[in-house]
Design a protein around this ligand. Structure first.
Ligand SMILES: [Zn+2]
Length: 373
């Protein structure tokens, strides 16, 4: 069922709950009022009349609020559904056009990406360029942000390109099975909590705002054709070299080469795919995403279970402008980390069913990686 509709039903229930609570509190206030009334005439008479009238006002107010609440829910749900219908149709047209002429745009963009893959010089330029495109896309999504805030959240798309690296001797650093499970968790929670459909960055990838989350298969996964060295297989998260030096430029080059189809989006910044590199290890984390880059690194394993199945979703969250979420030691949040949020607790972050909260949803939806088309 369309997520717009599910939310409509949920909000409808919230309206009735609020109304029920309202009626109950009216009754409670009325009963308390009668009980506390003075006993001598005419005070008792005036008091009872007052309580009687205020109760009618209270009930009428609750009734009107409920009608407004329900009407608003109908309107927002209808707008959301109509929007989904329109974007589904327009998307079908645009996907077809992009699948044909996107290659030409990407060929031009590829040349630019090669320049941006030069260590330090290129990576710094790319950094600045990404900052600019981020500001432009975020500013342009202001209206959509407001709609989202009042509950109108039609489906948006988030593109990923997933690459498994090979080690020095040519062995893959992760199995397809593990990689699929990392991707599937991202698909499920982004769809469920943000109404964002995670899709692979590929031609002829049609999607409908009325279907459930994508089911990940091996077509989503690209296995790097060449072997890699330790400098990108075991890259630390935060260091000048890993963010701007040869590791960063190698990731950007591989991104340009292996995720060629998304090149024009990466360069323009509109609906830019996040390249998810599955690497061998990180000395200081399970995954990493450096701000204003278009790629994330995630530690892979050959067999399930992965030590933290939400890692890919978490790193994509960073790409979509989310920081770590430590409110009230909320371990269930997708952006919770034990080290930063809750070092003393024995409860590790929820690795199985992480949640994205309301504000995070609005931020993700405003990111340049998340667009209607
Ligand atoms: Zn993180």
């Amino acid at each position: 069922m369309a997520t717009c509709l599910e939310w409509g039903v949920e909000r409808h229930q919230e309206c009735s709950q609020t109304a029920d609570q309202g009626y109950n509190s009216c009754t409670q206030t009325r009963d308390d009022g009668y009980r506390d009334c003075c006993t001598w005439w005419p005070c008792s008479w005036a008091c009872k009349a007052w309580v009687w009238v205020s109760n009618i006002v209270c009930v009428a107010w609750t009734w009107v609020s409920n009608v407004v609440c329900v009407a608003w829910t109908w309107i927002t749900t209808a707008v959301c559904l109509v929007w989904d219908v329109i974007t589904t149709i327009v998307n079908a047209i645009l996907v077809t056009i992009e699948s044909i002429i996107g290659w030409i745009l990407s060929a031009i963009a590829f040349v630019i990406e090669l320049i941006l893959s030069i260590p330090y010089l290129g990576t710094i330029l790319k950094f600045i360029w990404n900052f600019i495109t981020t500001v432009i896309v975020v500013a342009a999504s202001g209206f959509d942000f407001i709609l989202g805030a009042i509950g109108i959240r039609p489906e948006k798309l988030l593109r990923v390109c997933t690459v498994i690296l090979r080690d020095e001797r040519g062995g893959v650093v992760a199995s397809n099975e593990v990689t699929r499970s990392l991707l599937q968790m991202a698909c499920d929670i982004y769809k469920r909590d943000c109404n964002v459909r995670v899709i692979p960055s590929k031609p002829f990838k049609y999607s409908s705002g009325f279907a459930g989350a994508e089911q990940v298969n091996d077509d989503w996964i690209i296995i790097d054709g060449s072997n890699s060295d330790a400098d990108i297989l075991d890259v630390p998260c935060i260091s000048a070299n890993s963010s701007l030096g040869t590791p960063a430029s190698t990731f950007q080059f591989k991104s340009a080469l292996l995720c060629f189809f998304g090149a024009w989006r990466r360069v323009t910044g509109y609906g830019s795919p996040v390249t998810c590199f599955i690497i061998r290890s990180l000395p200081d984390a399970l995954g990493c995403q450096v701000t204003f880059t278009d790629y994330a690194t995630v530690q892979g394993t050959l067999t399930l279970p992965h030590p933290s199945p939400r890692t890919l979703a978490h790193e994509v969250g960073h790409a979509c402008m989310l920081g770590h979420q430590c409110v009230d030691n909320d371990n269930a949040n997708m952006m919770a980390t034990q080290a930063e949020c809750d070092p003393d607790s024995s409860t590790p972050p929820d690795r199985i069913n992480p949640r994205i909260d309301n504000m995070q949803t609005l931020i993700i939806r405003a990111s340049k990686h998340v667009t209607y088309f």
